[in-house]
Ligand binder design. Structure first.
Ligand code: SF4
Length: 343
């Protein structure tokens, strides 16, 4: 695996932001192409090539994530996840603004339902990081997200007895303040037919300091089973700070799972995927899904051929115990479940 020694070097860097609160970190996470290049000692002319992508979807990354990127290395797999490119402005057939059918799945403001027994809440538009492959990068958040003042979404969930699980999504649901999360968790916990609260978040990995005592307390006292699905794509994303956040989360959730996206130039090798499974497991997380890319506009340069994905999975099955091999899936708009990809 490339960059074998880099993680150690990164962890030895003094963390000048250590005393910042997570909200201050988020406030500082918006970077111009010039700032990103200067901080990571990248060539100045790279900033020029990033401008178009940045205009379409601004660069955002917290300092704790930037600390894990190897300076001067344009090929760094963590950098590539946040680096805008000119490719993003290219129109490619088969790619769209809503590749997974979110629009048709919208039931009421802030509520999506695609699968039996589960409903998804768009809790916020915000994220501490902007992942260039994000399938919701063009999502119309202003027209469709949860409002705690307006209880329409909660009433809709309350009225549907077939639901057993609510998924908090976004944006990143852990961007909500602890008070707002507490209110939401309590309202959902009061709905007797719900059994499980699932939280999809990249924050335990990219902004570990946000996993604070108050949040842990709210999760611990939630009446529902809490399933946390983190979104980690590369083993080098799990540094000591992320590992510590995951170890704080582990005792207060029922399950700690990971889903990754298979991304060209980032994790498209058996060695990286094998290492990712081991690293996750050592941090208390089980690999759950490996997603083929959702074909959102501006992301075609990340696509990995499905036949290649099958080869990776075949090799992984020969290297890892079954519980460390993620399920390869594609989300297809209108299908009643994630579609397993079986060769
Ligand atoms: S954290 Fe998730 S929702 Fe936010 S930009 Fe990244 S992929 Fe998209």
């Amino acid at each position: 695996m490339p960059r074998g020694t880099t993680l150690l070097r990164m962890n030895q860097r003094p963390d000048t932001q250590q005393n910042q609160t997570w909200q201050q970190e988020v406030a500082r996470s918006r970077l111009t192409p010039e700032q990103l290049c200067s901080q990571l000692q990248l060539p100045e002319n790279l900033a020029l090539s990033m401008v178009k992508g940045d205009q379409l979807f601004p660069i955002r990354a917290p300092q704790s994530y930037l600390n894990r990127i190897e300076p001067c290395n344009e090929q760094d797999p963590l950098l590539k996840q946040i680096l805008p490119t000119e490719d993003e402005a290219v129109t490619v057939s088969g790619y769209s603004a809503d590749p997974v059918g979110d629009h048709h799945a919208t039931q009421t403001e802030g509520v999506l339902q695609k699968y039996h027994g589960r409903a998804l809440l768009i809790t916020t538009a915000s994220c501490p990081i902007h992942c260039r492959y994000c399938f919701r990068r063009a999502y119309p958040y202003q027209d469709n997200r949860l409002s705690l003042q307006n209880s329409q979404a909660i009433e809709w969930i309350d009225a549907d007895q077939s639901l057993h699980e609510v998924i908090l999504s976004g944006g990143d649901p852990l961007m909500l303040s602890n008070d707002r999360l507490e209110t939401l968790i309590n309202r959902l916990g009061a709905i007797s037919h719900l059994k499980t609260l699932r939280i999809h978040s990249r924050i335990p990995v990219v902004l570990p300091e946000r996993i604070d005592h108050t949040l842990l307390n709210h999760l611990e006292h939630c009446r529902l089973n809490v399933v946390m699905v983190i979104h980690c794509n590369h083993p080098l994303e799990i540094d000591d700070t992320a590992r510590a956040a995951l170890s704080r989360l582990k005792p207060v959730v029922t399950a700690l799972l990971n889903q990754s996206v298979l991304l060209k130039g980032i994790n498209d090798s058996t060695a990286v995927l094998e290492q990712l499974s081991h690293t996750l497991f050592n941090a208390g997380v089980l690999p759950y899904y490996l997603h083929l890319l959702d074909r959102v506009n501006g992301s075609h340069h990340f696509e990995v051929e499905e036949s290649m994905a099958h080869q990776f999975l075949q090799t992984l099955r020969s290297l890892l115990p079954g519980y460390l091999v993620p399920k390869l899936v594609r989300e297809i708009a209108g299908e009643p479940c994630k579609s397993p990809r079986i060769e």
